[in-house]
Design a binder for this molecule. Structure first.
Ligand code: RBF
Length: 160
């Protein structure tokens, strides 16, 4: 398992540009809220750590991960936003809902990113269990919110 080898909070901070001039949209799904709150905190703190100004980080919520692409599209279409970070947690259940949601979100976010030529980050945990999600939102495998924020800064550096 790839993620078993990777701590999502570990990265080389020397390689990141200063994000002080950049404007970020954060979109957070409310399903599994305890976990998405933790992803959001970690993403926010990471952006701040790398220079982003609080007034340049725009936090928004959506009901569930399925709604992330539309919210991302609104934000990405704005001249006031340089990168969008989408955070959610989809946990496998008795039905195939997770498959449908995950594919739709991944495709949707990619489309928005390519349409607006901006980083739109897939910060969605797609796990089999709640425990796996906890391990990746501040547990043994770090926090995907950190990874998502770092990915956004890296892509802004590429574009710059
Ligand atoms: N949204 C999530 O973000 N994570 C989930 O694990 C999740 N599970 C769902 C399971 C079912 C059976 C359904 C119907 C919806 C689920 N949703 C989940 C909500 C979904 O992303 C969306 O908000 C709603 O379907 C409304 O469009």
């Amino acid at each position: 398992m790839a993620s078993a080898l990777k701590n999502l909070s570990e990265y080389n901070s020397e390689k990141l540009i200063d994000a002080s001039g950049k404007r970020f949209g954060l979109v957070v799904a409310e399903w599994n809220k305890e976990i998405t709150d933790s992803l959001c905190r970690a993403a926010y703190d990471t952006l701040i750590k790398h220079g982003a100004l609080p007034q340049n980080i725009h936090r928004n919520t959506v009901p569930g991960s399925y709604e992330l692409p539309l919210a991302a599209q609104y934000l990405a279409s704005s001249n006031e936003i340089d990168a969008v970070i989408c955070l959610g947690v989809v946990i496998k259940g008795e039905t195939k809902h997770d498959d449908y949601i995950n594919h739709a979100v991944a495709q949707g976010l990619m489309q928005v990113s390519l349409r607006f030529n901006k980083p739109v980050i897939f910060g969605v945990l797609t796990t089999n269990t709640l425990e796996q999600a906890q391990a990746r939102s501040g547990g043994n495998y770090g926090n995907k919110g950190v990874e998502a924020a770092v990915a956004a800064i890296q892509m802004l550096s590429f574009i710059q």
